[in-house]
Ligand binder design. Structure first.
Ligand SMILES: Nc1ncnc2c1ncn2[C@@H]1O[C@H](COP(=O)(O)OP(=O)(O)OP(=O)(O)O)[C@@H](O)[C@H]1O
Ligand SMILES: [Mg+2]
Length: 499
């Protein structure tokens, strides 16, 4: 990075309000050529909002932006693209029903309309290989991809463009270590080509790997940029959340009761061998693996969402017949999906209703539910999960990404399940709120619930679980108590490396 270089982008006095919410309050932001600038801050601090301003998705109430010294009016996505800006969004912009190849070349001027399907697919394959997705058939429809694959596709799409400023809004939230490496390499490559990168993340380790400077956002305000080489993780956390974090992971009680959920000889499409898992009351079982490991398929089978080919699921020692999610919920199995957009939460309804919906479904069989009861139930979940109580009436779709995630996880605790299955519980959640989610999961567990967690974050799996099972391409590779794991061993099993 050339620290003497003039600004590639400079934003001054940017404000943006939504009613009473000041999403951005006098934000100043700068970016030099060839630098990676990390944007950090708690959920709802305004990071995605400034990204949307720069990408032309929203028009700020006030403020100016210059690029290479020239004032620009980023009044539309097209205007922003013309100014040389490309964005990997936090929520995907891929089009579900189109093929992978069509998505990749959509909106790219160098892909003439007369290209044959063969040419289109060949071109798409080249782009896919840049993010390690060479195994994906470009003719596949995008909605058949996993969340991680979609995120990599989104990145491939942006890399294929020739932009001088590339913005990443939490590109690695859905990815595991092996895929993250590819993203970080792509970012480094962009910077070494002299392009400027704005990189939003809650994974603080990444900042120290790729960023030159950081800009911290707090409540819609920006701090002056800081050089990464002058910082430590603890310092960054304190600046972000305004206090010392203390313990990220709660203490384990290690008091387990009888098995609450067992699978015996369960066969699931895509998984090799039988699935024999046990989770006891008071235990957090962590499942982990990289892309294509099969942990998500296992969770869906246990929750009753996906069909199983053979075998049985036992709840408190008795075999149960799970057919469909409703049945799972009635039996006391709550499942929180990794794809909150598809089936985690409902963006068009209020935070209150989202938080109380599983609970309502359960109690409404008993009869009348008062509004007051619903309110107090929602408020309880909200306060347990660091969700702003003043925003219970807000539509979930208007919350920031991480705050949506808190709602997605929080809503399942209202039904006090026998077993909680939760995938990627803290995806996109800031470090302070993550500590609260972990504490809630441990509390739930200590009250006798069995918890199964999947996570692509090896630190999270190590910090949270009592027992850890690893999977690689549909096979279980290990299953043992956390005390018998080291971080290196876990990474090795997950990546299935011999060394
Ligand atoms: N359309 C909208 N209507 C109302 N409020 C909104 C809207 N869009 C954003 N906000 C609010 O603006 C604030 C900033 O949101 P933003 O998405 O920028 O946060 P963020 O820093 O990206 O958080 P996260 O880390 O959770 O992604 C939040 O309080 C959010 O609820
Ligand atoms: Mg965001």
């Amino acid at each position: 990075m050339n620290t003497e270089a003039p600004y590639r982008l400079k934003a001054t006095g940017i404000t943006k309000s939504y009613g009473a919410v000041n999403a951005l309050a006098d934000v100043n932001f700068e970016l030099k050529p060839g630098e990676v600038m990390a944007l950090l801050g708690e959920n709802g601090a305004g990071k995605s909002t400034i990204v949307k301003v720069i990408s032309g998705l929203i028009i700020p109430d006030t403020g100016q932006i210059t690029i290479d010294g020239e004032p620009v009016l980023l009044s539309s996505v097209r205007a922003s693209q013309t100014a040389g800006i490309a964005v990997v969004q936090q929520e995907f912009s891929t089009v579900g029903t189109m093929s992978v190849a069509e998505n990749l070349v959509l909106g790219q001027s160098n892909a003439p309309a007369w290209w044959s399907p063969q040419k289109l697919n060949d071109q798409a394959k080249l782009i896919l290989a840049r993010v390690g997705l060479e195994d994906i058939d470009p003719r596949r429809s995008v909605d058949t991809l996993s969340v991680a694959e979609m995120q990599l596709l989104e990145i491939a799409r942006v890399l294929a463009k020739d932009a001088k400023i590339v913005i990443f809004d939490e590109p690695t939230a859905a990815l595991s270590d092996a895929e993250i490496v590819r993203v970080l390499e792509a970012v480094k490559r962009l910077a070494s080509e002299g392009r400027s990168v704005i990189y939003v993340t809650h994974r603080l380790g990444e900042v120290f790997e790729i960023a030159d400077r950081v800009t911290i956002f707090r409540n819609g305000r920006s701090e002056p940029p800081l050089l990464v080489k002058d910082l430590t993780v603890d310092k960054v956390v304190a600046l972000m959340i305004g206090r010392e974090l203390g313990h990220l992971y709660p203490e384990r009680t290690e008091k387990y009761g009888a098995p609450v959920l067992e699978t015996r000889g369960l066969k699931v499409p895509g998984i090799k061998g039988d699935i024999n898992l046990t989770v006891r009351r008071g235990e957090i079982l962590g499942l982990t693996g990289q892309l294509g490991s099969g942990v998500s398929e296992i969770m869906k089978a246990i929750s009753g969402i996906a069909d199983v080919l053979a075998g049985e699921v036992l709840l408190d020692g008795s075999a149960v017949n799970l057919h469909g999610r409703r049945r799972g919920i009635v039996m006391g199995i709550a499942y929180c999906s990794p794809d909150r957009k598809k089936d985690g939460i409902f963006g068009g309804i209020s935070v209150r209703r989202n938080l109380s919906s599983p609970w309502l479904r359960r109690v409404s069989r008993v009869g009348f539910v008062s509004r007051a009861q619903e309110n107090s139930e929602a408020a309880r979940s909200a306060s347990n999960f660091a969700i702003d109580l003043s925003r219970l009436n807000t539509l979930v779709g208007n919350l920031s990404g991480g705050n949506q995630q808190k709602v997605a996880v929080g809503k399942w605790l209202g039904i006090r399940p026998r077993v909680l299955l939760v995938e990627e519980p803290t995806r996109g959640v800031d470090i302070g709120a993550r500590a609260e989610i972990y504490a809630q999961l441990r509390l739930l567990c200590d009250s006798g619930v069995g918890v199964i967690v999947t996570s692509s974050d090896t630190n999270e799996i190590l910090g949270l679980s009592d027992t850890i099972a690893t999977y690689y391409r549909g096979s279980q590779t290990a299953n043992k108590p956390v005390q018998e794991w080291t971080e290196a061993a876990l990474v090795r099993e997950v990546m299935h490396r011999e060394d």
